[in-house]
Design a protein around this ligand. Structure first.
Ligand code: SF4
Length: 291
């Protein structure tokens, strides 16, 4: 397999075969993100990707059960090409059960409902989408390139196509200024979509990102652990979804996870418990090289 630069994948894809279907991110403007700054976006050829799948078989054998298509936004590939490599992977790996990729709302939006069904039929089983927030002013501030209206419409389109949807919320992204709006509006948008998974990641500035510059200039204050937990509590209290809530990221202050709505009370009790703990029980605040 050929890999270019650093390759990132969601925590839940830790055991997946990673196929770098695209290089970099076509948006590459989010104020909190520095993942693909060094890469110029391009889509790899079907031929190259088939060769990498064949290589993957030599390396891992036939037992691959899960495949993740990197880098950021491989959903942007032409539908016929994406469907072709997914179908080829199922042929090469007879035990393959899951094929997933990253997809931001503005790029999924370029696909018609029929194209989404084509991808599902080819075997695309899950899309990981960075919603980050359901609060429009914050989406503008972080230069996400999408809107709440688009996030809801696209989220419903993914679900209607029978593809699982994993939505990421970035805790603390609005700082102290918008912590309440961020929690309440994100809950409202998630309720409208009802995704299969809601995944929490706590915001930490990464070197080279716009928000890191603001943080260094003293223009952005990170939420302290108890305030981040308070934000999560407000979000969870207002969720009315049938989703699995996951905190599967090492930057989170506490693991709050469970099935919603069944385990909502348990999750809230867990947050309340964490909020009673002293500050030194949580990690420090600070800047990272990458997330
Ligand atoms: S957060 Fe996602 S969409 Fe935004 S720049 Fe980074 S990879 Fe691209």
């Amino acid at each position: 397999m050929r890999y270019e630069g650093m390759v990132y994948r969601p925590p839940s894809e830790a055991y997946s075969f990673i196929l770098q279907a695209t290089i970099g991110c076509p948006h590459n403007k989010c104020a909190f993100c520095n993942l693909y700054k060094e890469k110029r976006f391009r889509i790899r050829s079907v031929q190259e990707l088939k060769e990498d799948i064949d290589e993957g078989k030599k390396y891992y054998g036939e037992g691959v059960r899960s495949l993740f298509l990197a880098d950021g936004n491989s959903i942007l590939m032409r539908t016929d090409q994406l469907a072709e490599i997914i179908a080829y992977a199922y042929k090469v790996f007879p035990r393959l059960e899951r094929v997933t990729t990253y997809g931001s709302s503005q790029y999924i939006d370029k696909k018609t409902e029929a194209e989404m069904r084509t991808l599902r039929e080819a075997g695309l089983t899950r899309i990981h989408t960075g919603m980050e927030t359901g609060y429009d002013p914050l989406l503008v501030e972080i230069k996400k390139g999408t809107s709440v209206e688009q996030q809801i419409r696209v989220g419903l389109k993914v679900r209607q196509a029978g593809i699982e949807l994993s939505e990421y919320i970035m805790v603390g992204l609005g700082g102290y200024k918008w912590t309440k709006e961020h929690a309440l509006e994100s809950a409202r948008v998630l309720n409208a979509i009802n995704p299969d998974f809601i995944r929490l990641r706590t915001f930490v500035p990464t070197q080279g990102s716009i928000l890191a510059e603001k943080y260094c200039a003293g223009e952005f204050k990170l939420l302290e652990p108890h305030d981040a937990l308070k934000e999560i509590r407000l979000l969870v209290e207002n969720l009315n979804v049938e989703s699995f809530l996951a905190s599967d990221h090492y930057l989170n202050f506490w693991d709050v996870s469970g099935e919603l709505p069944q385990e909502k009370e348990k999750i809230l009790r867990e947050i309340d418990y964490a909020m009673t703990l002293p500050r030194h029980r949580f990690r420090g605040l600070g800047m990272m090289e990458s997330m």
